[in-house]
Write a protein that binds this ligand. Structure first.
Ligand code: HAM
Length: 427
């Protein structure tokens, strides 16, 4: 006898999403698309893999994402590609390539790949919803991008969020600040965590982002960039904060918020789900990247955007106890047919054409077996077609949610069925 082969499983740190959970995913994506549309964005789609240089130049070779988390491979033509770890660099690459009219406002939904240590809310493949705006450094657009994120989070039912903001400065004030920070870190290098004691010189800003207690302690007294911005960055930041206030969004200054990619300039922000405790509680984050277009070979073009992890948004919904569905994805009707007559196929197509979500049992099983499937299907109504109904040109409608058997059933003429069902399911 042949032994059965061991079944495959999804790779570590990835997950399959099946119904009914997938209805929540659909709902989140549909709500995001609607929010983006309201703010004047159109959908952009780019390949899942790019020349590895898009990310070396975009997110920075010194970033943790690049150093430790990228999926890099050579194809059969010896070209070096990477699976995208995030959406921004690819979208800006597409902007440089196609030169759409500016301001260009694009939204996306994409899987993103990072070789992380998997844990709740941190995966090797996660899904990101995001937007990017290219072609303006007007602080109004920073406010709008944050307002879009905020209104989307509210639309999916999240209430308990905290918006952190900071500025990463520009090419004028940031190098000066990095010198200042480096002097400070030089004096305290022996107190840093093991990794940063060795590596801090390569990218001193990363030390501010380190979650280890030793680095947090050292940097708590370090100079902060927000106190050393040049006048134009200070003015830009003040306008963003004032604009957020004007649209009723509370923001909290977080001077250590440097974020994980090297492309950021000026505004950076993160939305924290306070219901989720401290680990993996960032449901979204973003900021400006006024140099990224040039770094990818394009004209000098300012940009800003944000990305949000779908998994984390759903975890935050659970943590906040939000139970409202975002989309109706339940069946209206389940058809039970014991006759096998072609007219039943036609009836089902008629119901579907009228917008009524309809499913059926297959294989002509017994009435009892089909009834069991109908009960499990979650449908509101069962339509029964047996030999008697077929002969009389009628259908029995049964309300699957009613306990009262007599009241739950009615016989309706075939010609009346679509209108009767449409009326019952909207009741
Ligand atoms: P990010 O902060 O790295 O930014 O990711 C955005 C969001 O994706 C995070 O706030 C989190 O919700 C989710 N996320 C990130 N990594 C994981 C993971 N391993 N597992 C689950 N969820 C994750 C970016 O990616 C930037 N591209 C955002 C941006 C757009 N900046 C400007 N424009």
């Amino acid at each position: 006898m042949s032994e059965s082969l061991p079944p495959f499983r999804a790779p570590t740190g990835t997950h399959d999403v099946l119904g009914p959970d997938s209805a929540l995913w659909e709902g989140v994506v549909a709500t995001f698309a609607q929010s983006a549309y309201r703010y004047g964005f159109t959908l952009v789609m780019t390949p899942l893999f790019e020349d590895v240089g898009v990310f070396t130049r975009g997110i920075g070779e010194e970033s943790d994402v690049f150093q430790k988390e990228m999926y890099i491979f050579k194809d059969r033509g010896e070209r070096r590609y990477a699976l995208r770890p995030e959406g921004t660099a690819s979208v800006v690459r597409a902007f440089v390539q196609h030169q759409p009219t500016t301001p260009w406002k694009a939204w996306y939904v994409t899987p993103a790949f990072r070789y992380e240590r998997p844990q709740a809310g941190r995966y090797r493949q996660h899904y990101q919803l995001g937007v990017e705006v290219l072609g303006t450094d007007d602080p109004t657009v920073d406010v709008e991008v944050i307002a879009l994120a905020n209104s989307f989070y509210r639309a999916i039912g999240l209430k308990n969020l905290r918006l952190l903001v900071n500025s990463m400065g520009n090419e004028e004030c940031r190098p000066r600040y990095i010198e200042l920070l480096s002097e400070y870190l030089e004096d305290h290098q022996m107190e840093l965590c093991d990794e940063h004691r060795e590596m801090w010189r390569q990218n001193p800003l990363r030390v501010l982002d380190c979650k280890k207690a030793a680095c947090i302690k050292v940097t708590s007294s370090a100079p902060m960039l927000i106190d050393h911005l040049c006048d134009s960055c200070r003015d830009h930041f003040d306008k963003v904060v004032a604009g957020l206030g004007a649209v009723g969004i509370e923001s909290f200054l977080s001077p250590r918020l440097v974020r994980g990619f090297d492309y950021y300039t000026r505004t950076t922000f993160e939305f924290i789900a306070e219901s989720m405790g401290n680990a993996q509680n960032a449901v979204g984050g973003g900021g400006r990247y006024d140099k990224l277009s040039e770094q990818l070979g394009g004209k000098a073009t300012s940009g800003i955007g944000f990305g949000s992890g779908v998994e984390r948004l759903l975890l935050a919904r659970t943590a906040e106890g939000v139970a409202t569905p975002l989309l109706k994805r339940t069946l209206d009707v389940f058809v039970i047919d014991t006759t096998g007559d072609e007219s039943v196929i036609a009836l089902i197509e008629q119901l579907r054409a009228a917008g009524i979500a309809t499913d059926r049992a297959y294989d002509q099983r017994s009435m009892k077996a089909q009834m069991k499937v109908a009960d499990k299907s979650g449908a509101r109504l069962a339509l029964l077609v047996g030999p008697e109904e077929l002969f009389a040109g009628e259908v029995t409608i049964r309300d699957l949610r009613s306990q009262d058997f007599e009241q739950a059933q009615q016989r309706v003429a075939r010609s009346e069925i679509v209108s009767t069902v449409a009326h019952l399911v909207t009741k």
